[in-house]
Write a protein that binds this ligand. Structure first.
Ligand code: GZL
Length: 343
């Protein structure tokens, strides 16, 4: 009889020990664990963003649980659930698209784990479901892109004058039909993502004042260089007389430039090119005269993510929105002094 009791209590002990071991966080030097869900590796920008997060975690001694979702929202939701099960101190993630996060954020809130939204924004009514957003002002990136175009098409009297654009001046380009609208093609980012939505909105917000500009076509290239190339091949078959390419990221732009060159079209001269991100390959293309304007989108968010995560882990409040510093580079700038882009 005694043996039976002994075996029962021993099994109970090991069962409790096993349970507490699997759900308990490992002891950490600073007791801080950050769960980070990244969307994938679709562009040079994204890879730089990933390196920035990983290097900043290593430098600050924060233990990083890093999951790459390989472009799938369901993988991000699974990763966030595993962070909750593991009882991390803070969750940070880049939402690949803006919709569909309510349930998993409810679960994080119930588990009392603060959530930092990084890079891309989410569209959610209950703002209490996350602690703050650190990223870039994508609506402004769209506005800045359009503001460059307005400058490009001003005539010497400082007015928009399409008839006046017939002769080539230092900042104007010749127009075949003086009264034709400026025909714009947009290479859009991942459908449903905040950069694709906001960059389109910001661009149109400024151009809505100028009926002389017409967006004749827009299609998503998913931020991929390969798709930017494919899109441009099809667009050049479908449309003639394109004046401007407005591209939501450098990867798609570089693919589109390849397609233009294959057809003897001079990027930056025959077709004006505006690109967002600011990776080194795009700056180099601008120096060669193949891109006319690069609107910076800053991927180096790692140090700020760690700083904000530490505040959240300590129970501190953070500002609801924090934007990274960004610039605009154009063909009129002296780019010789530009700092290496680091990606
Ligand atoms: C924007 C970021 C976008 C970049 C692309 O903040 O989410 O995703 O513009 C990247 O290069 O793929």
């Amino acid at each position: 009889m005694k043996l039976k009791f002994l075996l029962f209590f021993l099994s109970l002990f090991f069962l409790c020990a096993a349970f507490s071991a699997c759900s308990r966080k490992p002891a950490e030097p600073d007791g801080f664990i950050l769960g980070f869900s990244q969307i994938g590796a679709e562009s040079a920008w994204r890879n730089c963003n990933t390196r920035s997060v990983q290097e900043a975690a290593a430098e600050t001694g924060i233990q990083l649980l890093f999951f790459n979702a390989e472009q799938k929202q369901e993988n991000q939701i699974k990763a966030i659930r595993s962070f909750i099960a593991y009882q991390v101190d803070v969750i940070a993630f880049v939402p690949i698209v803006s919709e569909g996060w309510e349930n998993v954020l409810e679960e994080a809130k119930e588990a009392n784990i603060p959530v930092l939204i990084c890079d891309r924004e989410i569209n959610i009514d209950d703002k209490s479901l996350y602690s703050g957003y650190l990223g870039t002002n994508m609506f402004q990136q769209g506005q800045r892109s359009a503001e460059y175009l307005i400058k490009k098409f001003f005539d010497s009297q400082g007015n928009i004058n399409f008839a006046g654009l017939a002769q080539e001046t230092e900042s104007n380009i010749p127009r075949s039909g003086a009264n034709d609208p400026v025909k714009i093609v947009e290479l859009s980012g991942t459908e449903g993502s905040s950069p694709a939505i906001l960059r389109a909105q910001g661009f149109r917000d400024v151009l809505s004042e100028y009926p002389e500009f017409e967006i004749i076509y827009s299609e998503s290239g998913d931020f991929l260089r390969s798709k930017g190339y494919e899109l441009m091949c099809n667009i050049l078959e479908k449309f003639s007389g394109i004046d401007v390419i407005y591209s939501h990221n450098d990867g798609m732009t570089l693919g589109a430039i390849d397609a233009m060159k294959e057809r003897g079209i001079r990027p930056g001269e025959d077709i004006i090119i505006i690109s967002i991100d600011g990776e080194q390959a795009a700056i180099d293309a601008m120096i060669r005269g193949e891109i006319n304007c690069v609107v910076e989108c800053n991927p180096k968010q790692g140090p700020d993510i760690m700083r904000l995560s530490k505040l959240l882990a300590a129970g501190e409040k953070i500002p609801p929105v924090i934007y990274m510093y960004e610039e605009v580079f154009t063909e009129w700038d002296d780019l010789s002094g530009i700092a290496p882009r680091g990606y």
